[in-house]
Design a protein around this ligand. Structure first.
Ligand SMILES: Nc1ncnc2c1ncn2[C@@H]1O[C@H](COP(=O)(O)OP(=O)(O)OP(=O)(O)O)[C@@H](O)[C@H]1O
Length: 380
């Protein structure tokens, strides 16, 4: 656990970068510091490993004031990942990852073995170990940066805009990977970003800072989206917050309705009798997994021939009712998106094997939201 108690940082030129910051980053959780440029995020992060010393206040790590610790020894328990990975350009990937174990007395062989293991942990193929950083993509370099920070198995990980320099798709992959890693490793992570979407996706708790280094709000992502404390926070959170807040509400209370399904290859005449009242059916494979939609109009044009894949209208997103993956799967947002993106306006609900278990429409998602509000599950 990392506790900031009334911590301030005033630089020699008089700039107050952090002003009386008080917050606790809980053990084994991801705490995100987010806010506009210059609000003191990096300064706050670097005070934790004493790359910057606070001007006043106290930071306690596992109950101990960090100023009582030797900075070098303190940093051995704290991994640090930065934008552009900060890799040594003239060392191979494996040697980059092995840096800290070598410094702390591991043999070359043990350090390299640990480095290979970590390459796999962060999802990189072993053969990349021999390359130099510039021979990797930006996303791969960031993964190596994470592996290097994990090499000494530190309980605490500080991450300063680690994914900002990569394109949005790679960035999402890296975020998903971090969530997966975190569910296995359970580090105490403090993560800095200026991107509110990244903050609410990754954070167990999110601290929104305003310029001048003042804490505006410290809350769970769900509470932040549902009830921003003031205009600054709500404008920083931005558009669509009502929709994004649905991502934190479990869809389990939505009643699933029946969905008409027909197997691929069935004769059009037979399928006609199985359409829903609105004139649609989901075509499924032998595992009852959805392949696409068929409508009365399409069937009318088919006469008596069998339904082929080329006849299908592609479906929208799927509502994954019992997904264990990180992210918004299984949430009201997932359900609403499935309904809104479906050609029939009826979202397909699937189980963990991808098989159809029912359908969901937008109205029942809205009703589930209203029920969550009545029960106080949604902060107001
Ligand atoms: N060494 C320094 N001397 C004087 N002022 C500094 C110094 N380092 C940072 N600052 C100022 O302190 C404030 C906070 O800087 P910091 O880098 O912590 O912000 P940040 O929120 O991480 O910003 P960004 O998102 O742009 O990286 C800014 O006004 C910055 O200009």
């Amino acid at each position: 656990m990392i506790e900031f108690q009334a911590v301030s940082k005033r630089y020699p030129d008089g700039t107050v970068a952090v002003d009386e910051l008080t917050l606790t980053a809980e053990e084994r959780q991801v705490t995100v510091l987010v806010g506009p440029s210059g609000c003191g995020k990096t300064t706050s992060l670097r005070m934790i490993n004493r790359m910057i010393d606070a001007s006043s206040g106290e930071i306690r790590l596992a109950g101990e004031n960090i100023t009582d610790r030797d900075p070098a020894q303190l940093r051995r328990g704290i991994g640090y990942v930065i934008q552009h990975a900060g890799l040594f350009p003239h060392r191979s990937v494996l040697d980059n990852i092995a840096t800290v174990p070598l410094l702390t007395g591991a043999t070359r062989r043990a350090a390299r073995a640990r480095a290979s293991e970590l390459l796999e942990t962060v999802g990189l193929p072993a053969e990349l170990g021999k390359r130099y950083p510039k021979q990797l993509s930006g996303g791969q370099q960031q993964r190596v940066g994470v592996a290097r920070a994990l090499a000494a198995d530190p309980p605490v990980l500080l991450m300063d805009e680690p994914f900002s320099a990569v394109d949005p798709i790679v960035r999402e992959d890296l975020q998903d990977e971090l969530l997966r890693l975190q569910s296995e490793l359970g580090k105490t992570i403090v993560f800095v970003t200026h991107d509110i979407d990244e903050a609410v996706k990754l954070g167990d708790k999110v601290a929104v800072l305003r310029v001048g280094g003042k804490l505006a709000q410290f809350d769970t992502p769900a509470a932040l989206l549902a009830a921003p404390v003031d205009d600054f926070v709500s404008s920083f959170i931005g558009r669509d917050r009502g929709y994004r807040a649905l991502g934190f509400l479990d869809g389990q209370q939505i009643p699933l309705g029946p969905v008409s399904t027909v197997p691929l290859g069935i004769a059009a005449a037979e399928a006609r009798g199985k359409l829903s009242r609105a004139g649609w059916a989901v075509v499924v494979d032998e595992g009852n997994r959805p392949l696409g939609w068929i409508s009365s109009d399409i069937l009318a044009a088919k006469g008596d021939s069998a339904i082929a894949e080329s006849d299908l209208v592609s479906g929208g997103s799927l509502y994954e009712v019992d997904s264990e993956s990180a992210g918004t799967a299984g949430s009201l947002r997932n359900a609403l998106d499935a309904a809104l993106s479906s050609p029939s306006a009826w979202g397909i609900a699937v189980d963990h094997s991808g098989a159809v278990v029912g359908g969901v429409d937008a109205a029942s998602v809205i009703e589930a939201l209203a029920a969550a509000r009545r029960s106080g599950e949604v902060p107001t």
